[in-house]
Design a protein around this ligand. Structure first.
Ligand code: AMP
Length: 590
């Protein structure tokens, strides 16, 4: 087992990943990082979710000379979304490298902004092929100091018709540069590119070993529309569980999540690699003895847990590979019992789901989140069962006498007393769950798209998958957080989506400025929502959101179109003639 400290990464990179809470390199990281640090070329078969971004970003950052204010690393990515994500990952891993600059460049975003930043000096450029070519042709992007080129999702770039652009760009890089090519699949064309442009590359492939897991029922929940914590608490309400192990990717999240589960009335503890062996063992002992029911763990910490009462494994974060998955779900279904495994899968992680199914030769069945009604019925059943139990097991004569006297004294019906007691007993878990608050609506046509409550959510969830493609009216808001506060679009999307219960697909263009930013949201936001958002803090700044009036219309859920292009690469931007493209370009990610 390799540790990050053994990997000879630079000090600031190591301190950043420690703070982020990564415990152990993922298999692709353990395999790729040493070679990349040595300067070798890499041909890696890896898909999203394996940790491939860090596999190339961590060594690339370790090799950067901050004093040289010219692009030293160039990452080519097929889509604007991926370019932004990768740039954000670099920023995150470089948070202890003072003066470090990364710039995402992609079609549709302002050329002048990019030019300004390029002139100011950036160390890493992450871009889509078309826009990178543009800058190279204009001479605004200079690659003479380039040390490393990364081709991320090379098969996607091929599929989208970018491969000629990619090779054109490679032809314009210094001969001595290092190339790391990552691809989920290795079609012949990609192999040919590798043969032509890579110098004796180290091939890295994380083999999916097949394994059988028969005593475990496996389900997955498509993680859209509801946040994962809410989803998990709902699932825990509806499932018959005894012991549960929840798997997450970072040490920090083990602690955070255990605390949140406790706050929601569960008996939960965290275990992670930072904790002493003794403390971990004590926690497992507590799980065994039913002093706690839920353990939130990282893969490393949960290795070898053998507790027969573990009825459920929840894969809150998807594992990096199928082996980790098989290992995780093997924590349940032990000692001749059956077990249940639930996997949360974000849309972009779908490929990993398929790989797992292939490796385990089993289908993982989709599951719906339990509805409010189901949760309510279950609470009522449990309540009734607890009454039965008390009636059966305890001598209640003293209490019967007391209640009888009370009923006479107050001249009320016994069921009213029972009702009051039920209320007291169930204060934290109401038996009748309130209808969620409805947003103010002028009439049905005026209803604010995207904002809503539980009741409207199913419609949104469906919509999230199959947006109609129709544009909706948007309003521009000023928020008091910007570059000066090191904010990232993801922070803003996350905060607004959570606080306003607004699906992130409805959050439009975000423009980051120095001391403030603007964000486009569906027009006609309910007043109480606005009040709520004013107080929300991002990077410790109250948003103090203020309307600036109407903004351009927006197509919710609009994905970047993927035109097939033929012929020599000679266009201006990545995707010309596309209105959507020029709109939602403000660096937001979904
Ligand atoms: P990727 O495959 O690059 O899209 O990464 C998938 C997710 O795994 C990202 O959210 C990363 O933050 C996370 N991640 C990558 N490496 C590690 C690691 N060693 N430990 C924990 N999480 C990681």
């Amino acid at each position: 087992m390799t540790t990050f400290t053994e990997l000879a990464l630079s000090k600031p990179v190591l301190s950043a990943i420690t703070r982020i809470g990564y415990e152990q390199p993922s298999p692709i990281q353990a395999a790729a990082i040493p070679h990349l640090l040595e300067g070798r070329d890499i041909l890696g078969t890896a898909q999203t979710g394996t940790g491939k971004t860090a596999a190339f970003a961590l060594p690339a950052l370790s090799n950067i000379d901050l004093k040289v204010e010219a692009p030293q690393v160039l990452v080519l990515a097929p889509t604007r979304e991926l370019a932004i994500q990768v740039a954000e990952a670099f920023q995150n891993y470089a948070s202890d490298m003072r003066g470090f600059h990364v710039l995402p460049i992609y079609g549709g975003s302002s050329m002048s902004g990019q030019l300004r930043q390029l002139q100011r000096g950036v160390h890493v450029v992450v871009g889509t092929p078309g826009r990178v070519m543009d800058h190279l042709r204009r001479g605004t992007l200079k690659l003479d100091k380039l040390k490393t080129v990364v081709l991320d999702e090379a098969d996607e770039m091929l599929r989208m018709g970018f491969i000629d652009d990619v090779t054109w760009i490679l032809d314009h890089t210094p001969a001595e540069r290092q190339v790391a090519l990552f691809s989920a699949t290795m079609p012949a064309v990609i192999r040919k590119v590798a043969n032509t442009y890579l110098n004796n590359p180290e091939e890295i492939k994380i083999e999916a070993k097949t394994a059988t897991v028969s005593s475990v029922t496996q389900r997955y929940w498509k993680a859209v529309g509801t946040n994962k914590l809410d989803a998990m608490t709902r699932i825990l309400e509806a499932e018959d569980f005894d012991g549960v192990i929840v798997f997450v990717r970072t040490k920090t999240l083990t602690v955070e999540l255990a605390e949140k589960l406790e706050a929601r009335g569960h008996r939960a503890s965290a275990i992670n690699g930072d904790m002493s062996q003794q403390l971990r063992e004590r926690t497992i002992e507590h799980l065994k003895k039913s002093k706690i029911d839920i353990v939130v763990a990282t893969d490393v910490a949960a290795r070898g847990i053998d507790v027969a009462r573990v009825s459920h494994v929840i894969n809150y974060d998807i594992p990096y590979d199928t082996e980790a998955y098989v290992h995780r779900i093997g924590r349940t279904g032990r000692a001749g019992r059956t077990g249940s495994a639930i996997l949360f899968v974000a849309p972009r992680e779908r490929n990993m789901l398929r790989s797992i199914e292939k490796a385990t030769r089993q289908t993982i069945t989709p599951m719906e989140l339990p509805s409010r009604e189901q949760v309510q019925t279950r609470r009522i059943d449990q309540f009734k069962a607890s009454i039965d139990k008390a009636l059966e097991q305890s001598d209640l004569s003293i209490y019967s006498d007391l209640i009888e006297a009370f009923v006479k004294e107050r001249e009320i019906a016994p069921e009213q007393v029972a009702a009051a007691l039920a209320f007291m007993a169930q204060q934290d878990r109401p038996l009748v769950m309130e209808e969620p608050r409805k947003p103010e609506r002028r009439d049905s046509r005026d209803a604010t798209p995207g904002f809503g409550d539980e009741e409207r959510r199913p419609r949104r969830e469906r919509k999230e998958e199959t947006f109609s493609g129709e544009s909706i009216a948007m309003e521009r808001f000023r928020i008091e957080v910007g570059h000066d506060h090191q904010v990232k679009p993801g922070d803003i999307v996350g905060a607004i989506a959570n606080e306003a219960d607004l699906s992130s697909a409805y959050i439009g263009r975000i423009n980051l400025l120095d001391d403030h930013s603007t964000v486009d949201l569906p027009a006609g936001m309910p007043a109480e929502m606005l009040q709520l958002l004013k107080k929300v803090r991002v990077r410790n700044q109250p948003l103090n959101i203020q309307s600036q009036g109407a903004a351009d219309d927006f197509v919710p859920g609009a994905k970047s179109p993927r035109p097939k292009r033929k012929g020599p690469p000679n266009r201006g931007g990545d995707r010309p003639n596309n209105r959507r493209d020029s709109r939602n370009d403000g660096g937001r990610r979904r």
